[in-house]
Ligand binder design. Structure first.
Ligand code: SF4
Length: 446
């Protein structure tokens, strides 16, 4: 939750946002905030003090839906909403996934805005705030300023979404049903968004999508992520660019070359593998095998020996035998990855995997996921420690409450890979530090 301005000070209707879920949702919230500010609303810091609260929900797995529902109920209990003075709007993935069923159940909400309708958020607010206070709906003053816009996780780094939706239809995943078919955002739109963030003082742009590596393939004249990142890196030589969520098929030699040949593109690859057993991957409606993925990691290392590699894995997919799980563990032990995120399989209604036989017991899934996590920590920590003595550029992000300065090196993506503590620098600087020590995923530089 963030924002500026108060309705008392400005005499305008105010809107507060609450965001659940991933970085892509944070970007969507930023866009809604801009639309709302453009329409003349003030952006409120505190939902309890707003005329409307927009809860931008996440719903790609059951646990995320539950968390989103909790946030909606929490907002509904605030005195301004409970008394009918403020409107409550439920936006994002949850209305996209559950549609009319959700509307029938969630009577606390005044309106629902699925992902596909987020561009209309100001119109929906005008109607909903009108209903809540019984007045005319329009905000009092028009303002073209994008008040309160900020990078989602601090002033120096910003996510920029380059496409939406997904065509892969992995058998366990709800995203294609929630977000629709894959569509790349036009080059000029991405460039404009990057320019805007750079003009705001952002020093790192994190390019995100459900399937980043496919960018441009759906244009009438197809383009590639390699071409996009090269263009952006050359237009903004003092800005770091980082790519997240590249499916294995998207890691082409052209992309490797584009990353390797631009000093301001982070030598960092986030490649969701999900599993390594070919039969499980087939059941997931994915391709590849352990040998393919080991070859892929080796290909990256040959071109960029010091690149950081991240992946995510799913434990306890339906039908996963003890042997297949052991194979996954053995891959984690041997594979050349610096960061490994592990998730227990989540059985989602409406997906093909939901109806597969031999579902793994919940406790067993949790045990397998924990075992993989422990293994990943044991394997990755020494890799991080091997950076001791190396000199790395660190983007200074801020200070902890105790005043300790921190930032991130190119090998550390925001929010997932830990930070680097350092002794000197100003927020927004990129400073050269020598890695002196590490503690699991955190680094200490001087
Ligand atoms: S690639 Fe697979 S897991 Fe990722 S969003 Fe698309 S369908 Fe879901």
């Amino acid at each position: 939750m963030d924002g500026k301005g108060s309705r008392q000070a400005e005499g305008r209707k105010s809107v507060a946002f609450v965001t659940l879920g991933c970085a892509k949702n944070e970007v969507d919230t930023e866009h809604m905030r801009e639309r709302v500010a453009d329409a003349g609303y003030a952006l409120a810091d505190d939902p309890a003090d707003a005329d409307a609260i927009v809860v931008n929900t996440c719903s790609f797995i059951q646990a995320a839906t539950e968390e989103s529902l909790e946030a909606v109920f929490e907002a509904a209990d605030l005195p301004n909403v409970a008394s009918g003075r403020a409107a409550l709007v439920v936006a994002g993935c949850m209305p996209a996934r559950y549609g009319a069923d959700l509307e029938a159940e969630l009577v606390e909400a005044g309106a629902f805005v699925p992902c596909s309708r987020e561009d209309d958020i100001a119109l929906v607010l005008a109607e909903t705030i009108g209903k809540a206070d019984g007045e005319g709906a329009a905000p009092c003053a028009a303002s073209s300023a994008v008040e309160g816009s900020s990078a989602p996780h601090g002033p120096v780094s910003a996510y920029v979404k380059i496409s939406d939706g997904c065509d892969r239809f992995c058998s366990y995943c709800t995203i294609p049903f929630i977000r629709g078919r894959y569509r790349s955002f036009p080059l000029d739109d991405v460039r404009d968004e990057v320019r805007k963030q750079v003009d705001r003082g952002v020093r790192e742009i994190v390019l995100i999508a459900q399937d980043t590596g496919r960018w441009g393939a759906d244009f009438p004249e197809p383009s590639t992520l390699a071409a996009l990142v090269s263009t952006l890196a050359e237009e903004h030589p003092s800005t770091w660019f980082r790519l997240m969520y590249i499916q294995p098929e998207g890691l082409t030699d052209e992309l490797l070359e584009a990353v390797a040949s631009h000093a301001n593109v982070c030598d960092y690859f986030d490649i969701p593998l999900q599993h390594v057993d070919a039969d499980i991957l087939r059941a997931m409606n994915r391709t590849g095998s352990r040998a393919d993925f080991e070859a892929l990691a080796a290909r990256v290392r040959r071109r960029m020996p010091d690149a950081a590699l991240r992946t995510t894995l799913i434990a306890g997919f339906p039908g996963e035998t003890d042997e297949q799980f052991e194979e996954l563990c053995s891959f984690v032990e041997d594979a050349d990855f610096d960061y490994i995120g592990v998730f227990p399989y989540s059985r989602e209604e409406g997906t093909r995997a939901h109806d597969l036989p031999n579902q793994v017991d919940e406790d067993e899934k949790a045990d397998r996921a924990q075992r993989l996590r422990d293994l990943a920590d044991a394997v990755c920590a020494p890799r991080i420690a091997a950076r001791i003595g190396r000199e790395l550029d660190v983007l200074v992000e801020g200070r902890e409450e105790d005043g300790q300065l921190f930032g991130r090196a190119m090998c550390q993506a925001p929010e997932v890979d830990g930070v680097t503590y350092l002794e000197a620098g100003e927020v927004g600087d990129i400073v050269r530090v020598r890695v002196e020590d590490t503690l699991l995923y955190e680094m200490e530089g001087a």
